[in-house]
Design a protein around this ligand. Structure first.
Ligand SMILES: [Zn+2]
Length: 173
């Protein structure tokens, strides 16, 4: 279009076109080409502006993706560390339990394991201040007296939840 406008302008300037009608038509064409060029330049400008704002949006979204990725990486690292810690703790507790279980008489261990399954994972409970820490109920006076009278190696059971009661210095007896 620019070339055509330049060619028209050249023809006009050369003086080769002499007829007023042709001159007028040539000038009209030059003017119309100039207007179309202006319109096209506006379109190009608008497209460039839109491209620029799209580019800004891309940058902004990329930044957000990076931030979310960093958070995810951080959470993953913390989860992995916690898992490792829990695994180590579970291994140590399992080993400890094996040692303790090895020192408990077989029939008592069998009873404990049975109760543990029945009582949601806790087969024995500490007797603390006359209260069974398995079911949280306080023993009545008769039960307290029975516990007091029992020999140290008697296996005591909570009358309420049936768990094995473990006596300590803090049992309140
Ligand atoms: Zn109980």
């Amino acid at each position: 279009m620019r070339q055509r406008a330049a060619r028209d302008q050249q023809r006009l300037d050369s003086g080769a076109v002499t007829s007023p009608k042709d001159l007028e038509s040539l000038q009209r064409e030059i003017a119309s080409l100039a207007k179309r060029q202006g319109d096209l330049e506006d379109v190009v400008l608008e497209v460039m502006e839109r491209r620029e704002s799209a580019q800004e949006r891309v940058t902004e979204l990329s930044d957000r993706v990076s931030a979310v990725q960093a958070k995810t990486d951080d959470a993953t690292a913390r989860r992995d560390a916690a898992t490792k810690e829990l695994d180590a703790e579970a291994a140590s507790v399992t080993k400890e339990r094996e040692l303790v279980a090895g020192s408990v008489p077989a029939d008592l261990l069998k009873l404990y394991d049975k109760l543990r399954v029945q009582q949601g994972g806790v087969g024995a409970a500490r007797l603390y201040q006359r209260r069974c820490e398995g079911c949280r109920l306080e023993l009545n006076i008769t039960e307290v007296n029975d516990v007091k009278a029992a020999s140290p190696d008697t296996v005591l059971r909570c009358e309420n939840c049936r768990r094995i009661l473990v006596r300590t210095a803090e049992s309140g007896l």
